[in-house]
Design a protein around this ligand. Structure first.
Ligand code: ADP
Length: 463
């Protein structure tokens, strides 16, 4: 069943306006028809009572002289004067029928029980009138009239025939008005929702949505704008803290690293040498983290600069992959090259940082596997490098988020250590080179791609 919450505000507004105007129209038409019918009935009853009175006055002498024929003659005149009269009767003072007129084709005369003297009575199809005849304040008889109400039924039918098309015209008209009115309200709300979505997708809290109005939508926009300002301020403070903290940590760590390296090189005795080596391994991890934090802070303040240089793709891959293979004991890195000896212009260190990050992720997130494939190809316009692993994969709904700062997928965040910074930095480095980075991942394994525009220059046969 459709819940009221699930209907959009736009549709709710249209429904509300159409429903209200239709309701108002129905009430209006009902009141209009009812008062019209009631006033017709009143007029009809008055005119019949008047007629009965006239008949009574004219019949006084006929009753006194017991002249039935004259009385019947008076009554039969009704055929011309009031053709809607079905029965007309004159009773004498004892209540005995004195004269009767029945419209041709009419049934026999029946006087309803509820009809009181000198009153009228409406039934579904007829109006009955009973009127006493007075002569010098003495009752000499009673006139009884029965009138057909087909004219009233015709009037009601005409009213309904008019009301039905009017009803549909009102629905269409109110629908059009509702569409116009809702646009004014819902467009502003939709614009606000679109900005909120945009902000939550991109994390760009600078979008302005402030509104000069004073209504609830303007209030909502302004509250949201304030909220975004607060988030931006918090982010600024956090970035500032990360920048300062990583700078402050870097200097002592470099010094510690120097001493531990010295210790490791001069120490011959075991297990001391082994301890120094272990300490160095952890110092390197710490150093990598601090370096990442420094990079993030540079990206945030727009200070990550590229040191562009020309270099051979093959040389670059040889150096980076073989260097990485030396420290990876669990996985074999398989290379698939599909390029000639192209030269590329890029920041070699930074691109190496990207590839190293993808390789270390490929290994980190494929525990128990033995292989990672690096496929490199050029198509004349760009170099595309693809790093494939056969590990845990990335759920479809999280793939768009993994390039965000500090984002880690639900599956990995508990079991595998990491800070969610590597891909964020890689994305920034690649986009500064006018390249692209993306991921494809199904149930098992992931393939990370990055592309870099090629400079037109072709190298001589590879060195
Ligand atoms: P880190 O690995 O330090 O957490 P990254 O920015 O390199 O940070 O990666 C962000 C997240 O993306 C990881 O936490 C992980 O959830 C997911 N991820 C990255 N590479 C892979 C991969 N090869 N296989 C599965 N998940 C991955």
């Amino acid at each position: 069943m459709v819940k009221i919450h699930d209907i959009s505000i736009r549709d709710k507004l249209v429904l509300m306006l159409v429903f209200t105007s239709v309701l108002v129209l129905i009430v209006f038409l009902m009141v209009f028809i009812f008062t019209d019918v009631e006033s017709y009935k009143q007029r009809k009853a008055n005119s019949l009572v008047g007629l009965a009175h006239v008949i009574g006055t004219n019949s006084i002498s006929t009753i006194q002289f017991q002249d039935n024929d004259a009385a019947t003659q008076i009554l039969s005149e009704l055929q011309n004067v009031a053709p809607e009269i079905v029965h007309a009767a004159i009773m004498d003072r004892t209540g005995k029928l004195f004269a009767l007129y029945s419209k041709p084709g009419a049934d026999g005369l029946t006087i309803p029980d509820g009809l009181k003297v000198n009153k009228y009575l409406f039934t579904d199809k007829e109006l009955y009138v009973s009127q006493q005849i007075f002569d010098n304040n003495v009752i000499v008889g009673t006139v009884f009239l029965e009138s057909d109400l087909s004219e009233l039924r015709d009037i009601i039918r005409t009213k309904y025939e008019l009301a039905v098309p009017l009803f549909f015209v009102a629905i269409i008209f109110s629908f059009i008005v509702a569409l116009v009115v809702q646009r004014y309200i819902s467009n502003r709300l939709l614009a606000l929702v679109a900005t909120m979505k945009e902000v939550s997708n991109t994390g760009h809290y600078k979008e302005s949505i402030a509104d000069n109005g004073k209504d609830e939508i303007s209030m909502l926009s302004n509250v949201f704008e304030d909220l975004m300002k607060q988030i931006m301020e918090n982010q600024r403070r956090k970035d500032e803290f990360i920048g300062i903290a990583s700078h402050e940590l870097k200097t002592p760590l470099t010094s510690i690293k120097g001493y531990v390296e010295l210790l490791e090189s001069i120490e011959d005795k075991q297990p001391n040498k082994q301890f120094a080596r272990k300490a160095l391994e952890n110092i390197n991890k710490l150093e990598k983290l601090i370096q990442d934090l420094l990079d993030v802070s540079k990206i945030q303040s727009g200070q990550l600069e590229l040191n562009l240089q020309e270099f051979s793709i093959r040389n670059f891959l040889d150096d980076t992959i073989s260097g990485f293979q030396m420290i990876s004991k669990t996985h074999l890195i398989e290379r698939q090259d599909q390029f000639n000896g192209e030269i590329i212009v890029a920041d070699r260190q930074r691109i190496e940082q990207v590839l190293t990050n993808l390789l270390s992720n490929a290994i980190k997130y494929s525990p128990g596997e033995e292989k990672v494939i690096v496929h490199s190809s050029t198509n004349g316009a760009e170099l595309v490098i693809k790093v494939t692993d056969f590990g845990i994969g990335i759920p479809q709904e999280e793939q768009a988020n993994i390039f965000e700062r500090f984002y880690r997928t639900r599956d990995t965040s508990i079991h595998i250590s990491g800070f969610g910074l590597g891909l964020y930095i890689a994305k920034d480095i690649i986009s500064r080179h006018n390249g692209k980075i993306w991921v494809e991942s199904q149930e098992k394994g992931s393939a990370f791609y990055f592309s870099l525009p090629l400079m037109i220059r072709q190298a001589a046969p590879d060195v």
